[in-house]
Design a protein around this ligand. Sequence first.
Ligand code: FPP
Length: 232
Amino acid sequence: MDGNGRWAQKQGLPRISGHEVGVQRIQGVLETLGPKGVKFVTLYAFSTENWGRPQDEVDGIMDIFSEAVASQTQALHEKNVRIVHVGKTENLGTDLSKAVSGAQSLTANNTGITLNVAFDYGGRAEILEAVRRIIRDGVDPDSIDEDLFSRYLFTAHSPDPDLIIRTGGELRISNFLLWQSAYSEYYHTPTLWPDLDSEELLQVLDTFANRRRRYGGLNPEDESSDSQTSQE
Ligand code: FPP
């Protein structure tokens, strides 16, 4: 959700207003992606590093998140959205943790889009937590493969992301889904998150549909042109 703060500053508003408007964009994004067959959407809402922001901004984000969980869960439930929190719960405070877990339970059996909300999430912290849990469970080291490791991540219920959209002109990974993004396609846009509209999202999906994914192998046409050359 990069660019909320700058969006607000551009309008002469306090940064926190950008976060409020950013939250209002979420439903529109889901409404665009759902009919296109997207089944999993992960929003990077608050990173483990975001705690280092000025206290009034952190407090404001916590209030907006609490308010969004309270006011939007029912509407998302009615749209068959499954809400899953991805990240640490320990630092959220009792009320917010309970509200998040209530939203998860209410929507657990929904079969539409899964909305992963990465809040107090960091890729490195997630990997370390998976390692701790694997050791605690006494897993045989020789049985640890990529599938097993993936099942110990916060995203155990989700496939790896096909496409990661980074708004706000940033060109970094910023600790997002480090393990899961091994073969994800990236799309970077200068558009600030509150301005990411349906038209641009549909363009992004078109661009993605034209990418050729090789997963470390060759494209079929490259293989056939090689074999033609060797036959020639
Ligand atoms: C990034 O923009 C956005 C955040 C750090 C916070 C976003 C989180 C919320 C709005 C809380 C609610 C979330 C949900 C999912 C209901 P930025 O501040 O880094 O913007 P900038 O790049 O313009 O500075």
